[in-house]
Design a protein. Structure first.
Length: 345
């Protein structure tokens, strides 16, 4: 696994829009405020050509131009890259991304989540290069900055190797065109559910497990499955001695979509050599027809006889623990909290 160099003081942060850009509010103002914050900290910034574009379908511009921007920014003088935002059709840029060239270029951190799974996941599985599944650019514009965003930036600079759950989460956002820099609206207490196989454990019981971190947004992952950009089985076989910790979250998928996605990944062989699962709070996880979001996952994950942590700080219901895709992770879940320590090996 190739690990990028850490962002140094005074280094250059590049921004690109392989999915949505920051053309509309509240993202435009939040992005600009984030740039001001980072420049005020002494960093230089470089904006890709699509950052403020909105002439694409589900992404900032055409797939060809978005793919070209990815290649341009990875070859640029920027020391690390942060995606402007998520979106809907980032998958369509992949034919225009030269992963063989990315594997030859000096690695640099790329960070984003949601639709950016199309790059964070493929950088690991196609270019053997670590990336960060973490917040997008506009998150750096919130006031005050949440600890999870500080942790994400700490990973880029090398100050943070261990992240911890945050205690409360946001059910309804206060961010709007009128309040583009609003902080997370943290009203809900964290309640992690711990399983070993299909057996639920009590809060007092502790779970520890380790493996190589791999995953992202399930909506995107199952879309990649079976395409020419899917070399996941090769990746899990390459790192089978470490085993894989799958971190998974979902956006649009309902509970039946989650269950189908888990079935599909299992049948494709993705869950060979699994050491554990980290499952984020689903954004669309309301129960349907006697199926809840927990059972939707456990139908497959529970049969692996490995630790499964449900409703963790990951994904579309912030805050989210930033995770280094491809790193060796050690997970500890104790009480109603958890930590993930990541090693660059």
């Amino acid at each position: 696994m190739r690990y990028p160099e850490n962002l140094s003081p005074g280094g250059m942060i590049g921004f690109l829009a392989p999915s949505f850009g920051c053309a509309a509010e509240p993202y435009r103002t939040a992005f600009r405020h984030g740039l001001e914050r980072l420049e005020g900290m002494g960093y230089r910034t470089l904006q890709g050509p699509n950052c403020y574009c909105d002439n694409g379908v589900g992404i900032s511009s055409s797939p060809e131009k978005c793919g070209a921007e990815v290649m341009e920014m990875f070859a640029s003088e920027a020391d690390c890259l942060i995606s402007c935002g998520g979106g809907e059709l980032m998958c369509e840029i992949l034919p225009y991304v030269d992963f063989e060239r990315l594997a030859r270029l000096k690695p640099k951190w790329f960070m984003g989540y949601s639709d950016n799974t199309n790059l964070t996941f493929t950088l690991a599985t196609l270019a053997d290069t670590a990336s960060v599944y973490g917040p997008c650019a506009s998150a750096f514009g919130m006031e005050p900055l949440h600890a999870s965003v500080e942790d994400a930036f700490g990973i880029l600079t090398g100050r943070v190797q261990t992240v911890k759950s945050y205690g409360t989460w946001e059910k309804e956002s206060l961010k709007s065109e009128e309040a583009p820099c609003a902080p997370y609206h943290l009203t809900e207490p964290l309640r992690i559910r711990k399983f070993r196989g299909e057996t639920e454990l009590g809060e007092a019981e502790e779970l520890r497990f380790s493996g190589r971190l791999l995953g992202g947004c399930m909506d995107c992952l199952v879309n990649l499955l079976g395409t020419r950009f899917d070399r996941t089985v090769d990746f899990v076989e390459k790192y089978k001695e470490d085993g894989i910790i799958w971190f998974l979250e979902s956006c649009d998928l309902n509970v039946f979509g989650i269950r189908r996605a888990m079935w599909q990944m299992e049948e494709a062989g993705w869950f060979r050599h699994v050491k554990g699962f980290l499952i984020g709070r689903p954004a669309n996880g309301e129960p349907m027809m006697n199926l809840n979001s927990c059972d939707a996952v456990l139908q497959v994950a529970g049969r692996k006889n490995v630790p499964v942590l449900m409703d963790v700080d990951l994904g579309h219901c912030p805050p989210m623990m930033p995770l280094v895709v491809g790193s060796l992770g050690e997970v500890t879940a104790a009480g109603n909290g958890m930590t993930v320590s990541m090693t660059s090996l």
